[in-house]
Design a protein around this ligand. Sequence first.
Ligand code: AHR
Length: 304
Amino acid sequence: SANTGDGAEGNGDDLITIGFAQVGAESGWRTANTKSIQDTLTTENGFDLKFSDAQQKQENQIQAIRSYIAQNVDVIAFSPVVESGWDAVLQDAKDAGIPVILTDRAVDSEDDSLYVSFIGSDFVEEGHRVGEWVSENLGTESINVVELQGTTGSAPAIDRKEGFEDAIAGNSNVTVIDSQTGNFTRAEGKTVMEGFLQAHDDIDVVFAHNDDMGLGAIEAIEAAGKKPGVDIKIVTIDGVKDGMTALADGKFNYIVECNPLLGPDLAEIAKKVVAGESVEKRIVTHDDAFDQEGAKAALPNRQY
Ligand code: AHR
């Protein structure tokens, strides 16, 4: 292994051993994110990647991180399923001298010495951009919005809700009439939307915290005999291929992108950390936004 800082060259290879504790496989976004990491952290690229899938459970992620500490990897990277409850395991990594890089999602630890860098989107900004679009384009008359939230306690669910609410606060035409978690999955997005449709006959807009829940909402709306994108507008975050296709087909109305291709940035930061170079504490990735015409133009070249 390449690490240790004690001058030892270890087992003779120069590979950086990196343990990556992934959230799960809950969405198309997550699949694209995992592929980016696995395609980039290869042996040809200088890495020995140990990858685990926590199935959206914090205890599984903590267990994976503990096992990476026990294996004395060079670097630990992970995308925390929820924001809180990481201090103890991150302190253990720090005590073992293993640097931690956060990708995609943040932790809410007071002590930011528990990780060396955090690479990912600005989720508050994403929610804010969706809210601004809704307010400007749909909020010229009185509208009722239902919200499909991401995983309870996760950074993207907390931040996107906050950003959206902030953006619509000044427009009294826009009212959020119901809000529930769909856990970032298509199946739960569909079930929660079915409940919304039963409870309310006056829904104008769905704000889904990711494409997959919006895609589930399409199924529920169509099953109720209504036209998604027309009778009930749908705005989402991510921009994965299925979402962009729904937008180009007129079933979604607006998407703010969340860039899942974090592998290259992670590889670069990990190499610098192991080489003892200083790294940026916060790297914010660039996100585009698409309306229906924009999606038609972007789809042919979409990578994921
Ligand atoms: O943390 C990023 C979010 O997690 C994506 O927007 C969502 O699709 C994924 O499950």
